[in-house]
Design a protein around this ligand. Structure first.
Ligand SMILES: Cc1ncc(COP(=O)(O)O)c(C=O)c1O
Length: 396
């Protein structure tokens, strides 16, 4: 019997945020109160209009498989939403409903890559993309981004790292872990460069909707407005608050949809039927009302956390206009990000994610703070961070 995990499995680094969460749960079981700034999951429950639609779906007997690309009603609802909210015309036949954005990314890299193909992605960036690319024999290539590039890849970086083996680029706007949004001009330039080389540009828009006062020159709606031929990934997890329902989608060029359908049929058959019927209600007036109200609460939380982290003595290079994260430089504390995170939870019961979860470029200088906790917790949490920073500084 073979019980040795594959090379791919052995290469997977732990998702450190999950280790932090595990430790937080242990402390909570011991009766300690932990403030959660680690998980990228809104603390709000799914809007009741969506939950009720899910319950009705079960009562109506929607308990079986659906089409691999999702029920037509939901694909149409997604296409209608691009049209009505953003003025973007996308045929519903180009939309695949998936098991979260994770399912979409997994499917897309499976149908786009051959072994040895290189894919460019930002560092820091969403770590799971490396795993999806490696799973099918591809090679993730990280592009270091920082304050100078607005924490997003630039066309210069793409040109620098493009080789004969490169087949595409994955971007995320707003991004995880920095919340940075891409400039329209940069996306256009990257797209022109990549299209000329017959590569793909994939944009992860999972934080679409969680945007606060974007600049005029940033992509505030969807990258599809720039080029409807782009590959776009999205999800019901964040703006619509449905993380646990495991539902997302992607928009792909016509030429890819059949391959994507076959991959979905083979890899997981279909996305959850209950989640799909529930998600239809996200597009109702009431559904949008709840999501919008929560967006405004996120904005207040961001402002509160940003000010609090500055008061705590940390540098926050970007007051991000999107997503639900602030990426702070903790080097003034005199200790590295992993030690900072480990000590913060042990000594102050505040859980955060070290930058090392998101890549290696200046990762030990940075920590991601998620403002997915309520305002009271944010106030208390950043106060604790201030005590911690002063203690760590005095030890050096
Ligand atoms: C940038 C990014 N992409 C994809 C995902 C996966 O999301 P889900 O599978 O819940 O849709 C996440 C989750 O946090 C993310 O931050």
């Amino acid at each position: 019997m073979k019980t040795v995990p594959s090379k791919w499995a052995r290469r997977q680094p732990p998702f450190r945020v999950m280790e932090v969460l595990k430790r937080a749960r242990e402390l909570e079981r011991e009766g300690r109160r932990v403030i959660h700034f680690e998980v990228g999951e809104p603390d709000f429950p799914t809007a009741s209009v969506i939950v009720e639609a899910g319950k009705r779906a079960l009562d109506d007997g929607h308990t079986g498989y659906t089409e691999a690309l999702g029920i037509p009603e939901l694909r149409n609802a997604i296409a209608d939403d691009y049209r009505s909210r953003f003025g973007i015309n996308i045929e519903s036949s180009r939309i695949a409903v998936t098991s979260g954005a994770s399912g979409a990314l997994n499917l897309l890299f499976s149908v786009l890559l051959n072994p040895g193909d290189q894919v460019l992605m930002s560092d820091p960036g969403y770590p799971c993309n490396e795993a999806f690319v490696r799973l099918v024999g591809g090679e993730p290539i990280r592009m270091p981004v920082d304050q100078r590039t607005g924490y997003q890849p630039t066309v210069e970086l793409v040109k620098e790292d493009w080789t004969a083996d490169t087949v595409g680029v994955i971007l995320a706007t707003p991004s995880n872990p920095t919340g940075a949004m891409i400039q329209t001009a940069q996306l256009e330039a990257i797209n022109d460069f990549v299209v000329e080389r017959q590569g793909f540009v994939m944009v992860d828009e999972i934080y679409q909707g969680l945007v606060y006062e974007p600049d005029m020159d940033e992509v505030a709606t969807s990258s599809l407005a720039i080029d409807p031929g782009l590959i776009v990934v999205n999800s019901f997890s964040k703006y619509f608050g449905m993380t646990g329902w495991r539902l997302g989608w992607c928009v792909v060029p016509d030429l890819l949809i059949e391959a994507l359908e076959r991959a979905a049929q083979n890899l997981y058959i279909a996305p959850s039927i209950v989640a799909q019927y529930a998600a239809l209600a996200a597009y109702s007036r009431e559904g949008f009302g709840v999501s919008e109200e929560r967006r405004l609460r996120f904005q207040r939380r961001r402002d509160l956390m940003y000010e609090g982290l500055l008061d705590a003595g940390l540098e926050v290079p970007l007051k991000a206009r999107g997503a639900c994260y602030l990426y702070a430089n903790v080097s003034s504390s005199g200790i590295d990000a992993e030690t900072f995170s480990a000590r913060l939870i042990e000594e102050y019961q505040v859980a955060v994610t070290p930058g090392t979860d998101f890549g290696s470029y200046r990762a030990q200088d940075h920590v991601r703070f998620a403002y997915t906790a309520n305002e009271q917790d944010i106030r208390r949490g950043v106060e604790q961070v201030g005590h911690a920073v002063r203690r760590f500084q005095n030890e050096v």
